[in-house]
Ligand binder design. Structure first.
Ligand SMILES: [Zn+2]
Length: 104
């Protein structure tokens, strides 16, 4: 868990896990298949993050995987990206946005 902002973890239900494992097995027949029952017993969650643009206020929720992949934690406290609405490099995690804008 990053220090300077929060992410949203949503745990999958048994039904969703079963569905995901079954789908995986259907699509990835060249790889090893997943043991569906073992998969269902594990805790699986989706992790997302809410990003907000400091320039125009555009807000979106994205997969945290995508963000963490292109963010170098040693170089900055939080990821920054380009806004798909106003094209400025001003998109930051919502917690960082609130801190900068002094919103509690
Ligand atoms: Zn923007």
């Amino acid at each position: 868990m990053p220090k300077h902002f929060n992410t949203i973890k949503r745990y999958l239900s048994v039904h969703e896990k079963r569905q995901r494992a079954t789908e995986f097995n259907e699509f990835c027949d060249s790889f090893e298949t997943v043991d569906v029952d073992a998969f269902v017993k594990k805790e699986i969650f989706d992790e997302t993050i809410i990003l907000k643009c400091l320039n125009c206020g555009f807000q979106e929720e994205v997969d945290y995987d995508i963000i963490s992949e292109c963010w170098d934690e040693s170089e900055s406290d939080y990821p920054e990206s380009y806004c798909m609405k106003c094209n400025k490099p001003k998109v930051v995690p919502l917690d960082v946005y609130n801190k900068i804008k002094h919103i509690k």
